[in-house]
Design a protein around this ligand. Structure first.
Ligand code: NAG
Ligand code: NAG
Length: 356
């Protein structure tokens, strides 16, 4: 995404000293001072408090469901994972769940059945495994060889950990318990010329990974503005979809009730819905929802209603379906909002309803 790209490309941050002379402060030096200043690992030390705001959820990247009405949200620029507890309607409490110098740019998260939370740490090329109940740091998975700015991650139905790196054109697969690197996955194999008249565009800027209900792997690629679908066993490319529809895809999630894939289109503030085969179903949420070609006036009214409810999503990043009630949660990277959509109100392609 643009922010990440600018972080990566900027060789130095320029600071103004009191004399007004611009002085470059090199990233490594800045990071050294930050690391010294930051505690090594801090887990779960605060009680839940009121007052969730964009100062706590700044640049939320991904969402994971801890329990009914409880979420983990990774805040990219504040380098922490927050645990939110929804009380009712708009009211939520939070605590900073984990932070520390091992966590530098948290992005993707996944929970396993044994109570571990996996968190991709973008800047230092590692995936952390922490205890999802007390936040204790249990393991560091991957290194600069196997990962390069890791973002999305997901556990496959057969229990392997798939990690997408923003700067790699393939996924990296690990054993989540031992941390062993199992290999690269989904590198686009050269295809026979006659079988592939148009070579598939390469996977650039991998953001997020999700398994569909058949077990195939879907990877959103920001710079390709497309989603790649792979066979989870062989790694064969099955489909590339979303071109011309998604603009800077970031989050991707499979709706367990319909099996459809939902993709956040970061650059134009929408969430789009596709069949697992990649056929476009419609705009699921966002700037100009037009469920079934409603007339302009009806659409304008719908938009106004959504805006009054504060429902507009901005630069959507992470998407997650709540396993407890099927609602879809969308993180807005730009504003810090986390918005919940009622999935059963989508039936028949009518409108989306924001419940919080
Ligand atoms: C997490 O910590 C609790 C105690 O706080 C322990 O009972 C549990 O087994 C731990 N889980 C993992 C996955 O380490
Ligand atoms: C979603 O909407 C349906 C119909 O409007 C309603 O019956 C259901 O309770 C809602 N679900 C949630 C989780 O709010």
């Amino acid at each position: 995404m643009p922010l990440l790209a600018s972080l990566l490309l900027a060789p130095a941050q320029v600071v103004l000293d009191p004399s007004g002379i611009a002085m470059p402060m090199f990233d490594a030096e800045r990071r050294f001072h930050e690391n010294v200043a930051r505690s090594r690992w801090s887990a779960n030390t605060m009680e839940y408090v009121d007052g969730v705001s964009s100062s706590v959820l700044r640049h939320p990247y991904t969402i994971a469901h801890a329990a009914a009405s409880e979420l983990f949200v990774a805040s990219f620029t504040l380098n922490h994972v927050v645990r939110l507890r929804w009380i009712d309607g708009k009211r939520a409490q939070y605590k900073v769940f984990v932070k520390g110098r091992d966590l530098d740019g948290p992005v993707g998260m996944a929970l396993d059945h044994a109570g571990s939370l996996f968190i991709a740490s973008f800047t230092n090329d590692v995936v952390l495994r922490v205890n999802a109940s007390d936040g204790a740091l249990l393991d560091r998975i991957g290194d600069e060889e196997s990962l390069d700015c890791p973002e999305g991650l997901a556990l496959s139905p057969d229990g392997r950990l798939f990690v997408a790196s923003f700067l790699l054109p393939h996924l990296s697969v690990f054993d989540p318990q031992s941390g062993a690197f199992l290999g690269r996955f989904g590198a686009l194999a050269p295809q026979p010329a006659q079988a592939a008249p148009r070579p598939a565009p390469s996977l650039a800027g991998a953001e997020d990974v999700a398994f569909d209900s058949e077990g195939a792997v879907h990877v959103s690629a920001y710079y390709s503005s497309a989603v790649y679908k792979f066979d989870a066993q062989s790694g064969a490319l099955l489909a590339v979809y979303g071109q011309g529809l998604v603009s800077g895809p970031v989050g991707i999630a499979c709706d367990p009730s319909s099996g459809d894939m939902f993709v956040s289109s970061y650059r134009d503030d929408k969430v789009l819905r596709f069949t697992p085969g990649g056929a476009f179903v419609g705009v699921a949420a966002g700037a100009d929802v037009s469920p079934d070609g409603e007339a302009g006036a009806a659409q304008a009214e719908l938009r106004a209603r959504r805006q009054r409810r504060g429902a507009t999503i901005r630069s959507p990043s992470g998407l997650s379906f709540d396993p407890h009630d099927g609602t879809l949660w969308v993180a807005s990277y730009a504003t810090g909002a986390v918005t919940r959509f009622n999935s059963s109100a989508w039936g028949g392609g009518r409108t989306w309803r924001v419940t919080d």
